[in-house]
Design a protein around this ligand. Sequence first.
Ligand code: C2E
Ligand code: MG
Ligand code: MG
Length: 564
Amino acid sequence: MINSKQIQRPKLVLVVDDQEINRDALGVILEDDYEIICASDGSEALKEIQAHVDNLSIVLLDLMMPVMNGFEVLERMAGDDRMKHIPVIVLTADKSAELRALQMGAADFITKPFDVPEVIIARVARIIELSEGRQLISAAEHDPVTLLYSRNFFFEYANRLHHYSPELHLDAVVLDIEQFHTINAVNGRDFGDDVLRVVGAEIRDFLSETEGIACRFEADRFEIYCVPQPDYQALLERFQRRVGRISPNVSIHLRMGVNPWQEGVEPVLMFDRARAASTMVRGNYQSPLMIYDEDMRMRELRDRRFLNELRSAIQTRQLRVFYQPKYDIQCDPPRLSSAEALIRWQHPELGMISPGDFLPLFEGNGLIGVVDNYVWQVAAAQIAEWRKKYGVKLPVSVNLSRNDVFDPTLIDRLVRIIEDNGLDYSDMKMEVTESAYTEKANDLLQVVNRLRQLGFEIEMDDFGSGYSSLNMLSYMPIDVLKMDMKFVRNIESSETDLRLVKLILDIAKYLKLRVVAEGVETEGQLALLKDSGCDLVQGFYFSRPLPPESFEKLIERELEIERG
Ligand code: C2E
Ligand code: MG
Ligand code: MG
């Protein structure tokens, strides 16, 4: 059989160097695999390139040459539609020239004095292969607004640096503009574009002083791959000062995430981490810089583990539902009135994990629906079981996250759970976190109204934790207000806090809403709340969240009190 390679002409390589000894050396190294032509300066090289423009596979180009140097050759090639597709490997003894050459479109470089022949052969072969597969971009693509590289070009370039220049240790830096959509909405798109341009210009200034490349990654996110900087705080302040001068009337805040170079980590992952670091300081105007560190890496590993293990954790019942009682404190003695279902992860290796450690992760990627569905099912079965076992009606409230509320299958799922377990709608209450009430208020109103029509009671959770306003209460379809713990915490020592609690209770009474005080830990807090007319209390004073078998003791005690 004839190997097709054997009948092809060998590929053509142009070697450009003013030193004969270098031309010869490369010729010797490559002549077995390629046909070699040579040039001894830039202008001669251009003539050869033009003459062989259709079949030249690669140019090996010295940078420092008389008559016309390598940079000029690169520039001419980049500006010529037919020549710009020919890949160039730069030959250089000068490290600082490498990046500039790469920026001008060089595909790779070989350092002088020449490496081991095998390395050179491999690099030449690889670059030719890449360019034939058209995986190599021969001309830089730019973002028209900021004049930085486009995102695709940037990442191909960064990968190239990572693979071909392992001796360059570059950091990943992400720069975000806070609330850019608001800046756009309030001041207009033109102003928004100005802001982007200014940030782009400052990044370009910065890159003219140091080695690196940059792109605009998304609307308001910039990514910089640069040699390690001595002081990132100072760098962020430099960018911040520049945007601070754009307009006296608009305050613009930047934040930065940095992932310092790590052996063997690909640029894509480095930037993922720098982005994660930046996201961690979102909205934190006091300290808007985050360096990705060991802690974050551990958290990331843990998060990935949670994501991988979630479904099996549900199947093997590592996810457990605990119950915390709510007591009616206007009775004497206080009476068990209902419970809240709270998720726990009983992890075989990590121990008991609280929802605060894993729910935000699942909220971010939609898996919270899986968790909540599971909790609702377990809680519903539990309600039915307690009813059968004790003959009592003990409603349990479940938490609805924001994602649940906007899930179109929510109502159907809940109806099925209620019916499958033979429950009444009044057996299960819905706690909807206050923060859900601020977004897409109309959609939310519809869902909540529908739930109430079915017969579910709605409790607004975390009331006062930061999002709502008192006047919201007047039009929100809710039955119960769960006052956030922060109100209760200091009522024994702070007259102001106590007055605030009384005010909320008064307004709730006026609106005919019952109030649950959360986080009640002491007898003193309980007494003040009772005097102020609060109906229900949930907190460690009565009980921590309990596994069902322990919670049953509370039910049994309650039944004994009832029987006298
Ligand atoms: P939440 O709904 O406001 O639940 C009350 C939280 O306060 C619980 O924390 C509870 O253990 C804690 N707590 C109760 N009494 C006291 C007290 O006296 N002092 C103090 N310091 N804390 C008290 P937990 O169980 O860690 O849950 C945290 C949050 O996670 C919940 O806040 C809820 O928003 C969310 N969550 C829990 N389970 C679920 C669930 O199944 N689905 C959804 N979507 N969210 C859940
Ligand atoms: Mg709750
Ligand atoms: Mg709450």
